[in-house]
Design a protein around this ligand. Structure first.
Ligand code: TPP
Ligand code: DXP
Ligand code: MG
Length: 639
């Protein structure tokens, strides 16, 4: 049995056996009898390392045994392992030459928090968004067949990720190609929240039937000496016929189903995986694990320990500092607005695709359980579901990370905007998100939403504006979106009212001359700081669609330089919208768009990444001064 820890070690634990394993090849030279020791040392090191760095926690703890068994039995990296979502990959990184580097995970220039092809040959596929592993692994299996290779492909997918449609699209195709593909369903009955939906219930019933099978096997041995009792059990068995037989669903699709087995029992894992390794055709191994396994607090609270912050060492001298009221995160501003608006309007229905906690919806889910829908990791369904609700005169609010809405883009166009249905999209994690890196950047939503007719899009500059613009978007009779960043804002006072702001109306924060800075969303405060140093006009645009035409045309008519500032890709962003408007009006003038460059920005602290993109106050000021110096009038004055 694996060790269970109750504390996160604050100093590096001694892991003598693990320290000899700088690649899976060294692991594979060990006798099976040593694997449990590897597991214990790896788990303890994992606790220490994530304590040092922060990051995803419960999922990795839950797959320590599975990771050791896979690298032991499969000839990695030649055999391909594809981790779904990839937040559970820390044990995999420890075993594939990155043990000591793990403390750098999610830090700038450190390891990525997810498997990344450019980081290691063992990271066979870039992940971060869920439910892609089976498709990718099938592609690798087909690629091996085409190359005449006998290398194997394995997808390791969680029960949460298995709820997304793409997983079933891939399994259906695998059944058609009959490829040598192993899908390992890592079933811990958890998503980030507790897993939901019919599939989750199905998995739970398999577990129950596993208990039923164990009971039956055990009962047979004990009761066969007592005929009457055995007869009773047999009759009971009839009544349990409706218990699901584990293989039903996956066998029906065309997979050979094996399991469920205990994903923390090394002997069972090694034996079963060893037997399955060379089976022909699509195989599915159902493994039961515990999210947070081996760390008692995480086992008890897998939701809370999905991810942890870096453990800060206690200061040597405890200095009493007045507790500063913590600013609410934008997700909490949204969550409070949602509850307040729901109290006013019975038509409000809230939908989340498996991000209840991250979207700030726990309170709403408790206060309005009948008007709350966690649809599991099903973004496409979430969007069209909202469309259906809007057809029935309800007022659906889809709370969804900007990056995950990319999954439901066709549904947004086809099932909501084209029909001009009244759906409000609350886009959290808009802009650079920081440590999750490029897979999670919410940096495309203005480009992908602006071009959709009937959409209106707001970008609040602070928490109070966010609350008011949520009301504006909600009250708008048609598709609307409000985008706001991860984490906290400037910490302004939030008015309790549910007042709305006029759609398409900006507000001037500072009246200056020569330069007009048009700021969109979370960088408005930064733009104002730069604007103060430049004595520039600074306008909080509030809306990306529709733009405040009068504000822009007035600025164009009275300044020699217009500067747009946004936390979004340059191409297709708010600055592009301003350029289009000026072009449409036939206005030719000096316009500077400050936004994110045309390359992926990888993980690091959000503030640092923004500064490196030239979007901190100092850089904005300098870039504007440099641009002014190139203006003809400035040149004439110079000469
Ligand atoms: C498309 C998409 N939607 C949402 C998420 C956010 N997310 C990350 S992990 C996770 C839960 C995954 O559950 P499961 O696959 O069972 O893995 P476990 O954490 O239980 O190991 C979710 C919803 C995501 N990464 N990708
Ligand atoms: C792996 C994954 O996709 C989620 O766990 C995501 O990392 C959550 O992001 P936040 O921490 O911004 O809620
Ligand atoms: Mg799970």
């Amino acid at each position: 049995m694996p060790k269970t820890f109750t504390q996160i070690p604050l100093t590096r634990p001694s892991t003598p056996l693990l320290d000899t394993l700088d690649s899976p090849a060294e692991l594979r030279r060990l006798p099976v009898s040593q694997l449990e020791r590897v597991v214990d040392e790896l788990r303890e090191y994992l606790l220490y390392s994530v304590g040092q760095s922060g990051g995803h926690f419960g999922a990795g703890l839950g797959v320590v045994e599975l990771t050791v068994a896979l690298h032991y039995l499969y000839n990695t990296p030649d055999d391909r392992l594809v981790w779904d979502v990839g937040h559970q990959c820390y044990p995999h990184k420890i075993l594939t030459g990155r043990r000591e580097a793990l403390t750098s995970i999610r830090q700038q220039h450190g390891l990525s928090g997810f498997p990344k092809r450019s980081e290691s040959e063992y990271d066979t596929f870039g992940v971060g968004h869920s439910s892609t592993s089976i498709s990718a692994a099938l592609g690798m299996a087909l690629g091996a067949e085409m190359a005449g290779s006998d290398r194997r492909a394995v997808a390791i997918i969680g029960d949460g990720a298995m709820t997304a449609g793409q997983a079933f699209e891939a399994m259906s195709h695998a059944a058609h190609t009959r490829s040598n593909l192993l899908v390992i369903l890592n079933d811990n009955n958890m998503s980030i929240s507790h897993n939901v939906g019919g599939l989750s219930n199905y998995f739970a019933r398999i577990w129950a039937s596993k208990s039923y099978i164990a009971l039956r096997e055990g009962g047979k041995r004990v009761l066969s000496t007592m005929p009457a009792a055995w007869d009773f059990i047999r009759r009971t068995e009839e009544s349990m016929k409706n218990m699901v037989s584990p293989d039903m669903l996956f066998e029906a699709i065309g997979f050979n189903y094996i399991g469920p087995i205990d994903g923390h029992n090394m002997d069972e894992l090694v034996r079963t995986l060893g037997n399955m390794r060379d089976l022909e055709g699509p195989q599915l191994l159902h493994v039961y694990t515990t999210k947070g396994k081996g760390f008692a607090p995480a086992e008890r609270d897998p939701v809370g320990y999905h991810a942890i912050n870096k453990i800060e060492p206690k200061p040597k001298v405890q200095v009493a500092v007045p507790a500063k009221p913590k600013s609410p995160k934008y997700q909490d501003v949204f969550g409070q607005w949602l509850c307040d608006m729901a109290a006013e309007d019975q038509r409000l229905v809230a939908i989340t695709p498996a991000m209840c906690e991250g979207s700030g919806m726990v309170a709403f889910s408790e206060q309005y359980p009948d008007r709350f829908h966690d649809v599991a990791i099903c973004e496409q369904h979430a969007v069209t579901l909202a469309g259906g609700l809007a057809c029935e005169a309800q007022k659906p609010v889809v709370a969804i990370y900007s990056t995950f809405l990319q999954r439901g883009y066709d549904q947004l166009i086809h099932d909501v905007a084209l029909q001009d249905l009244d759906v409000t999209f609350a886009l959290d994690r808009a802009g650079l998100v920081g440590e999750d890196g490029a897979t999670h950047g919410g940096v495309f939503d203005l480009a992908y939403l602006r071009t959709v007719p009937n959409m209106i899009i707001a970008a609040p500059s602070d928490e109070n504006e966010c609350r008011q613009l949520l009301t504006s978007a909600y009250q708008h009779n048609g598709p609307s979106a409000v985008r706001y960043p991860r984490g906290t804002g400037p910490g302004v006072q939030i008015q309790p009212s549910l007042d709305a702001l006029p759609v398409g109306q900006a507000r001037t924060l500072q009246q200056g001359k020569q330069v007009a800075i048009l700021a969109f969303g979370a960088l408005t405060g930064t733009a104002l700081e730069a604007g103060k140093a430049l004595n520039a006009t600074v306008i909080d645009m509030r809306w990306v669609k529709p733009l405040d035409r009068d504000a822009i045309l007035n600025a164009a008519g009275s300044h020699s330089l217009i500067v747009t500032v946004e936390d979004h890709q340059l191409m297709g962003g708010a600055g592009s919208a301003v350029n289009e408007l000026l072009n449409e009006e036939g206005i030719v003038m000096d316009v500077m768009n400050l936004a994110l460059p045309d390359h992926f920005i990888h993980h690091g602290k959000r503030e640092t990444l923004l500064a490196e993109a030239g979007l901190d106050a100092t850089s904005i000021e300098q870039r504007i001064r440099e641009r002014l110096s190139r203006q003809p009038l400035a040149k004439a004055q110079e000469s």
